[in-house]
Design a binder for this molecule. Structure first.
Ligand code: G4P
Ligand code: NA
Ligand code: NA
Length: 191
């Protein structure tokens, strides 16, 4: 998506350890016009795939997922990160390990919002090692729902997430694919 790549080139900042800071338009301050176009781009790709729900994870997956849901005309569910493990019969839960943050979070969705009739588009802001996406897939599968595809705003193609998900048979569709962040320079796969 050219508009997104241009914005990353203009406003993205490379931090140490291969982290791209995009907090001026995606992960903190949100540009609603860009987000709206991102939602339409996901909808263009998936409008004929009978998507019934969009599923994402708090916090910065919510903005792109909400606009994807708007453009597709379906509800949006965001998994919550549980601070502590409390027994709750209504919750579907999965463990997500973050290599970046070196911590494990329990993520949860109420079983009221997903069922075996659902055909889910999973959306997230970043794809790095794929652990968040994998956790979301696990929650969908616990509900008996089908995962149609994984939609990503920014994929760090030099990390292992895409391969992990594709090896498990999932389709991954990314709007921007970053080849490298070396030497403080953003280069895209399409470059
Ligand atoms: P993974 O899920 O693909 O395995 O990724 P990883 O554990 O490495 O990522 C941990 C968190 O950092 C995730 O957010 C993810 O979206 C985010 N992240 C990963 N790489 C980048 C990056 O290059 N730039 C930015 N800005 N974020 C990145 P989170 O902590 O789970 O959620 P949130 O509350 O921040 O949305
Ligand atoms: Na984030
Ligand atoms: Na995220």
């Amino acid at each position: 998506m050219k508009q997104l790549m241009d914005r990353i080139k203009q406003d993205g900042r490379v931090l140490k350890e291969n982290v791209l800071k995009v907090d001026s338009f995606l992960t903190h301050q949100v540009d609603p016009e860009l987000m709206s176009d991102i939602g339409k781009e996901f909808a263009k790709q998936y409008q004929h795939r009978n998507i019934t729900k969009v599923v994402t994870i708090e916090s910065s997956g919510i903005a792109p997922a909400a606009f994807a849901g708007l453009a597709l005309g379906v509800p949006v569910i965001f998994a919550r990160k549980q601070k502590s493990l409390t027994m709750n019969q209504e919750l579907l839960t999965a463990e997500v390990y973050s290599f970046t943050k070196q911590e494990t979070n329990t993520i949860a969705i109420s079983e009221r919002f997903l069922n075996s009739e659902d055909n889910v588009l999973v959306i997230d802001d970043f794809l790095a090692n794929g652990q968040a996406a994998l956790g979301l897939i696990e929650l969908c599968q616990q509900a008996g729902a089908h995962v149609e595809a994984i939609g990503i705003v920014i994929e760090k193609a030099f990390q292992t997430g895409r391969k992990l998900l594709e090896d498990k048979g999932f389709e991954v569709y990314s709007l921007a694919r970053i080849q490298s962040l070396e030497n403080n320079h953003v280069s895209f796969v399409e470059d």
